[in-house]
Design a binder for this molecule. Structure first.
Ligand code: AMP
Length: 280
């Protein structure tokens, strides 16, 4: 089957309306610059035999920094080639004015988990994320949607929104895809210099060391990781926090039976990189 490219809402709707009644739609929202992390989400969607819709949209509403938005890498032609090669059924490639027409003023706000971790440093970021995801859910009407654990807080908030708003979309989380050195794949890695890439590789190598620590208190682990990251040349650390996976609540100590996760955000070459890792 050929990959359908829809650039307008009308064209997208027309193609979705043509689907058989019992055909389930799987949605994979992305901001493009497709890499193997994205492809893992797509593979899972295809494996489940859903009609696979990939969206490529660099969502201005989730950027609190205009320079960051301007710098965000894009590669439209290459993305389409990759998506066609991977037998994606439909690619939706909307323009900003289609999604946010002149006078647009409705945004989603989640009030308990949006101002911690990344949200503490990126004001209104998750409001922008939830707004675009809700809009895509309403436009595409998927049976299931796929998101990466690399953006763990995002995945958590999307699951929360689906539950809170009774959206009835099955949200499927996919484990983080890493390169041979363990660096979490990200479109932003493209912005790193060769030296920056070398330093970025140290993020995961150091995070993994935590597994061998026998510390009781999470604060001690956070301090240890901070010291190790700095020793590796990662001097610009935004946050290192250990939280419970299921609730994103802080935990003072390592508790048996509770899954904890370490969350890290660092800047390398002025590029913001995030990662997270399950501790026990
Ligand atoms: P993005 O284009 O960065 O907005 O990412 C689109 C989707 O792909 C999101 O659900 C991300 O969490 C997911 N994703 C990005 N990088 C990875 C990765 N390395 N492993 C797994 N999923 C990823």
């Amino acid at each position: 089957m050929q990959t359908i490219i829809a650039r307008s809402l009308l064209n997208l709707k027309k193609n979705l309306n043509n689907l058989k009644k019992n055909q389930k739609v799987g949605l994979v929202p992305t901001m493009g610059c497709i890499h193997n992390g994205h492809l893992e989400l797509i593979k899972k969607c295809k494996k489940l035999k859903y009609f696979t819709v990939v969206t490529i949209f660099v969502n201005p509403a989730q950027f609190n920094n205009q320079n960051d938005l301007k710098k965000y890498p894009t590669q439209e032609k290459k993305d389409l080639e990759i998506l066609k090669k991977n037998n994606v059924d439909l690619v939706f490639f909307p323009k900003v004015k289609q999604i946010y027409p002149l006078g647009y003023s409705t945004y989603i706000k989640e009030i308990n988990f949006s101002d911690i971790l990344c949200g503490k440093y990126r004001k209104n970021h998750f409001g922008g994320v939830l707004t675009i995801v809700l809009k895509l859910f309403l436009i595409v009407q998927p049976y299931a949607a796929f998101f990466g654990e690399k953006d763990f807080q995002q995945l958590f908030l999307i699951k929360k929104m689906v539950k809170d708003l009774n959206l009835g979309v099955k949200v499927i989380g996919i484990p983080t895809v890493r390169d041979a050195n363990g660096l979490a794949l990200s479109s932003r890695n493209k912005l790193l210099s060769a030296k920056g890439l070398d330093i970025a590789k140290k993020i995961y190598l150091n995070i993994k060391k935590i597994r061998y620590l026998n510390y009781k208190y999470t604060k001690a682990i956070e301090l240890y990781l901070k010291k190790e990251l700095k020793k590796s040349g990662l001097n610009n650390i935004e946050y290192i926090e250990i939280r419970e996976s299921n609730s994103l609540k802080r935990s003072k100590s390592i508790i048996k039976g509770k899954t904890l996760r370490v969350f890290v955000a660092v800047y390398v070459d002025d590029v913001r990189l995030i990662d997270n890792y399950k501790l026990n």
